[in-house]
Every structure is written in C-alpha cells, then in structure tokens.
Design a protein around this ligand. Structure first.
Ligand SMILES: Cc1cn([C@H]2C[C@H](O)[C@@H](COP(=O)(O)OP(=O)(O)OP(=O)(O)O)O2)c(=O)[nH]c1=O
Length: 199
C-alpha cells in the first residue's frame, strides 16, 4: 500500500488520549498529531446515561488539554448493555463476567468525540454502533480472558484484535467500536476548516 498523500503541512492535532488505538488510526490517515492524555477521573460522570456520558467525557478530556491556538481532538468510548455501562474490567474475573453477560446478545457502543478549534469553540458529537456477540462457550471466554486483551478496553473486549472472533456482527461504523469514528472525525474537521479553504 502506498503511504497516504501528505497532510504534514497541517497544524498538529493535540490528541487528548492515551489510547494506542486512537493514535494508530490517526497515524494510518497520515494526520499530524501529538498525544497529550487528559488523565480525568472518569467516575465523576458515571451517573449519566451512556450516550451522554461518552459525550461529556470526550468534552472534559478536550477541555482539559486545550491551549489557545491549538486543535484538540478527544474521544470516549462507552459500552452499554441494556442501558447499563460496562467499563474497563478491573481484573480477569470481571472480564469473564462481562463476556458472560455479552454472550449471545447485542449491545451498544457509543463513542463521543470532541474537537476544540484554535479560538476555543468546542464541537461534540456521539457515534453509536450495535455489536452482536456470538453465544460463547466457557472455553472461549476462558481463552479470551487469559489473553489479557480485554483488560484496558471498555466492555472487556477489542473488536479489532482477538475479540474479532467473539462477534457475530455489527451495525454501524466499526471504528466507533474501536474508539474513534474516523470518518465522522474527518467530516467534522473538514466542516470546521482544519484542512483549509480549498478542501
Ligand atoms: C469496545 C472496544 C473498546 N476499545 C477501547 C477503545 C478505548 O481506548 C477504550 C475505552 O476507554 P476510553 O476511556 O474511551 O479511552 P482510553 O482510556 O483508552 O484512553 P483516553 O481516556 O486517554 O482517551 O476501549 C477497543 O479498543 N476495542 C473495542 O472493541
């Protein structure tokens, strides 16, 4: 594959995230960025319904790192099973419990995105996708939990990794599930003038 056409003359996005997935997606697009994690206490917004939580957390992350003149991008991914939020599992036991709950059912993944433009205006949106899990056997759950892959991920799985075998299907944007709805982000950046007047 050829590298993407150069976007290196654009101002670097400040990615208010420690997520390696979000960084990887920006890198794949060739967008210039530097990571500047916001390190929020995400539990303070745990009382909100899932979609609002994803949006509010993305906003808080973006506001925490913004400085005048900078473009900031932040996101937050929330997994909700029948309205109840499954966060990042605290340990293997909790990861197993999450997968048992998700098995054979569908759930919703919300990813809130916030962009702050150089003069300080905040623009936010929430993307959502429905994920359907296969009915998992105890052995599969054991195998996946032992991989450790789910521990740093909302809901306790990564659709882009070994978790691909857990899924029966998906409605919506795969990248919403992975943590950054890249086409929505690209569209918002275009509307907000990040790419310049001609583009
Ligand atoms: C459901 C799912 C989540 N995830 C990840 C995306 C996010 O990184 C993570 C959800 O946690 P977030 O709090 O959204 O992000 P983060 O803690 O990784 O990084 P930061 O707060 O600094 O931005 O779960 C996957 O990688 N694949 C999946 O299939």
């Amino acid at each position: 594959m050829n590298p993407p056409p150069s976007l290196s003359d654009l101002p670097p996005l400040v990615l208010a995230s420690a997520s390696p997935r979000r960084a990887e997606l920006l890198r794949r697009l060739g967008l210039p960025f530097r990571a500047c994690p916001a390190n929020l206490d995400e539990t303070t917004l745990a009382h909100l319904p899932p979609a609002q939580m994803a949006r509010a957390l993305a906003q808080e992350k973006a506001k925490a790192v913004w400085k005048a003149g900078e473009w900031v991008l932040a996101a937050d991914t929330v997994v909700a099973l029948e309205g109840a939020v499954l966060g990042k599992p605290a340990n293997a036991q909790e990861n197993r419990r999450f997968l048992e709950q998700l098995s054979g059912r569908s759930h919703v993944v919300y990813t809130g995105v916030s962009i702050v433009i150089p003069r300080g205006e905040l623009h936010s949106t929430v993307a959502e996708a429905e994920v359907i899990f296969r009915r998992l056997t105890p052995w599969e759950i054991q195998w996946y939990v032992e991989s450790g892959e789910g521990l740093d991920k909302a809901g306790g799985y990564g659709a882009q990794g070994l978790g691909m075998v857990l899924l029966e299907g998906l409605r919506g944007d795969f990248y919403t599930v992975m943590g950054l709805p890249v086409s929505r982000v690209w569209e918002r950046l275009t509307e907000l003038g990040y790419f310049g007047g001609a583009r």
